[in-house]
Design a protein. Structure first.
Length: 331
């Protein structure tokens, strides 16, 4: 059991019951309140990153006006909503990751219901798109956030030359990790690319190319930081969007080359596929531990994870050269 797992378990029992031109960015910056000192996790020498599409976590309010059988928006009872929030929180605790990108969280009340049942994760950031019955990205993390930046309105171009934007928020969060007497900076991007339902593959390709440019531009300006991308990218490694994401070799998919099937996260036509991913910028002050890359399914069947139709995926990174803390690393 990793440090903090027992604390999380005890807490949960008491809770709730092809564009080549530079992209014109339109980021939004938020002020982020730092967590209390006693909310910080215990020191560790590794960073565990997870991604989890929780599957349409709607609150009990029908925002779209269409919440009947067969409609996209579900309207759970307050009791069912609380139980589902707790199930998701327990799943996150089981992953025991330092930061987790989530997809398909409807709104702030839905995220708050999860985090109230999730002690030990003082940082929770929602990438809200503002539409009725939206399914949004979010980040929960054990470490305090320094800044939040949103990129959804960045102009992207499809292969046919038409313009578009990210289907959901492309969320960036800067975190400062306290490693006892040393410090490390981590920046995580949380993504949920265009679904293949009523497919628009050109938009998904535009998202991949735009994400790559935004991430690498940031990494070039901040080479001392560890930069990761986690998300439901809705495509497999050999697809055009993911090949575009890895073009040039600077942005690398986290996978164990000896067992790539361990990173499969979704069942389609009876076949498991890798559509939820963790990527990282090569050359940062951390290295991937390949054997740590793993999908997490229900215990007895490949039915997704913690009530979702997706498995969660985790990857672990070992810090190489953390910088001395500016305060001297005192007690």
């Amino acid at each position: 059991m990793r440090p903090g797992s027992r604390t999380l378990a005890l807490g949960l029992a008491a809770a709730l019951g092809a564009c080549r031109e530079p992209l014109p960015l339109a980021p939004v910056f938020d002020d982020v309140t730092r967590a209390p000192r006693d909310a910080s996790p215990p020191p560790r020498r590794t960073l565990r990153v997870a991604n989890f599409n929780v599957r349409r976590h709607f609150d009990p309010v029908c925002d779209s006006g269409r919440c009947g059988p067969g409609d996209f928006e579900a309207q759970p009872s307050p009791e069912a909503f609380a139980a589902r929030s707790l199930e998701i929180a327990r799943g996150i605790a089981q992953l025991d990751a330092d930061l987790v990108c989530l997809e398909e969280v409807e709104n702030q009340p839905a995220l708050d219901a999860i985090t109230r049942a999730l002690p030990g994760y003082p940082t929770a950031v929602l990438g809200e798109t503002g539409f009725a019955a939206s399914v949004d990205v979010a980040l929960v993390a054990r470490w305090p956030a320094r800044a939040v930046q949103r990129h959804r309105e960045a102009m992207l171009r499809r292969p046919d030359g038409s313009s578009t934007v990210f289907a959901r928020e492309f969320l960036q969060v800067d975190l400062d990790l306290d490693l006892d007497r040393e410090a490390a900076g981590v920046t995580v991007f949380c993504a949920h690319f265009r679904s293949q339902r009523n497919d628009d593959p050109g938009r998904r390709l535009a998202e991949a190319e735009g994400a790559r440019e935004i991430i690498l531009r940031y990494a070039e300006a901040a080479p001392e930081r560890i930069v990761v991308l986690a998300g439901d990218l809705n495509d497999v490694p050999e697809s055009a969007p993911l090949e575009a994401l890895g073009r040039g070799g600077r942005l690398v998919r986290a996978v164990d080359p000896r067992a790539p099937e361990r990173a499969h996260t979704y069942v389609f036509d009876g076949v498991t596929r890798a559509i939820d991913h963790v990527w990282f910028v090569a050359g940062a002050p951390a290295r991937l531990v390949p054997e740590s890359v793993s999908a997490h399914w229900q215990r007895f069947a490949r039915e997704g994870f913690a009530g979702s139709d997706h498995a969660a995926i985790t990857a672990e990174f070992e810090f190489l050269n953390p910088a001395p803390r500016s305060d001297g690393g005192g007690p």
